[in-house]
Design a protein. Structure first.
Length: 136
């Protein structure tokens, strides 16, 4: 099964990278052909083995979020800008990527992305699924 998994801020401080890396690795261990579509991620920080899933950093990692994390307390509006920038850029790039590639299903931790990407359900014959994020 080919799975498209989107996480627009894989390098955001906190659980984003940890949770995403572990979930993708475990799904891939079950035999799925999983592609993680993200801004930037460092799986070697979270797992010891080589990732069993494909990683696509949209715009070649240009949309790294780390600089916005560092400014969160000092310049909260800049942090918000970075978050919204990544969210919209990720959707725009994900739609382009989905048009060129076939997947059986789609996973995300955010309903925002699910709603925007559902438009491909009929045109690409995919079964997109929404999975609510929960704490580990």
């Amino acid at each position: 099964m080919k799975i498209f998994f989107i996480q627009p801020t894989g390098d955001k401080m906190g659980h984003y990278g940890i949770y995403t890396t572990h979930v993708c690795q475990e799904i891939a261990k079950l035999g799925a052909n999983l592609t993680l579509f993200t801004n930037k991620i460092y799986p070697e920080k979270y797992i010891e083995e080589k990732p069993l899933f494909n990683i696509v950093e949209f715009k070649k990692g240009k949309y790294a979020f780390e600089k916005f994390d560092r400014l969160k307390k000092k310049l909260p509006f800049l942090y918000l800008y970075g978050y919204l920038r990544n969210s919209f850029a990720a959707i725009r790039e994900a739609i382009k990527y989905l048009k060129k590639n076939d997947f059986d299903t789609f996973l995300t931790f955010s309903q925002h992305y699910e709603n925007l990407l559902k438009q491909f359900e009929n045109s690409k014959n995919c079964n997109f699924e929404y999975r609510k994020q929960s704490a580990i």
